[in-house]
Design a protein around this ligand. Structure first.
Ligand code: NAD
Length: 259
């Protein structure tokens, strides 16, 4: 009988260099911890430097390897410089999770403050573009492939009344990611998207208890439940997955209305 090789969900993470944005808190911090626990060497990027340093210190205290970097992903030049520093200090870049995001405010479209619209798009969409571009250039230069996961949201699949800027940005992340996935598939660089529903982090400031209950599973996710899926998508266990847009939402996008 032929023996089949069955990859572990963390296969191929050990020794790889991984970059995570928004890694000082929530889903990004959980992802940095999970990647490090699987043996990856992790660059912890965030606009909030002290909490990023804390995450990196927690990882090193547990025997992992991590360094913190301060960067605002809406600043393209700063992203380019930071990715270059990561490559200088770690030697290469194999994996990335572009995850930094802000919620914006709750207001219907006619009353949505343009300044907040611009900031939400600058961080949640253009920030992903800046990171993706710097990462792809480095991976292309290395010529050994790579894997990238971008954090969108169920708001990238559906409209969200009161959060049009957030939904527009997240729909943009889906379109950006699927386009790039096709562009770089032949180069061995896989790009996938996770679309969480409600996750227990500081971000969803305006989500209600009713919204959590609307998830068919009946509760919000923990950050670790999203991080585990991100790590799977970054691992060799997902070697044939690219351009996937994966709801990780307790069934929210599958439909909630019972006739
Ligand atoms: P969080 O607030 O816990 O973490 C977000 C992190 O991003 C913070 O550490 C923050 O400092 C950082 N950040 C914000 N703006 C930045 C910038 N300009 N440059 C660099 N870092 C910046 O939130 P989270 O829930 O972990 O969110 C992570 C991602 O998941 C976001 O993209 C968010 O839109 C998405 N998401 C969250 C939920 C949820 O319910 N929590 C649901 C769907 C999608």
């Amino acid at each position: 009988m032929t023996r089949r090789h069955v990859p572990e969900p963390s296969a191929g993470l050990a020794g790889r260099v991984a970059l995570v944005t928004g890694a000082a808190s929530g889903i990004g911090a959980a992802t940095a911890h999970r990647l490090a626990a699987a043996g990856a060497r992790v660059a912890v990027l965030d606009r909030a430097f002290e909490p990023a340093r804390t995450v990196a210190a927690e990882i090193t205290d547990r025997g992992g390897e991590a360094r913190a970097y301060r960067v605002d992903v809406s600043d393209g030049d700063a992203v380019t410089a930071t990715v270059a520093r990561v490559v200088t200090e770690f030697g290469r870049l194999d994996l990335a999770c572009n995850n930094a995001g802000v919620p914006g405010v709750l207001a219907d479209t006619a009353d949505y403050p343009p300044s907040v619209w611009h900031r939400v798009l600058a961080v949640n969409l253009t920030g992903v573009f800046h990171c993706l571009q710097a990462e792809l250039r480095q991976m292309r230069r290395q010529g050994t492939g790579g894997a990238i996961v971008n954090t969108a949201s169920v708001a990238g699949l559906r409209g969200v009344p009161g959060a049009s800027a957030y939904a527009a940005a997240k729909h943009g992340v889906v379109g950006l990611s699927t386009s790039a996935a096709v562009e770089y598939a032949a180069a061995g660089i896989r790009i996938n998207v996770v679309c969480p529903g409600l996750v227990r982090t500081p971000l969803p400031t305006f989500a209600t208890a009713d919204f959590a209950a609307a998830h068919p599973i009946g509760r919000a996710a923990t950050p670790e439940e999203i991080a585990d899926v991100i790590c799977f998508l970054l691992s060799d266990a997902a070697s044939y997955l690219t351009g996937a847009v994966l709801p990780v939402d307790g069934g929210l996008a599958a439909g909630t209305v019972r006739p």
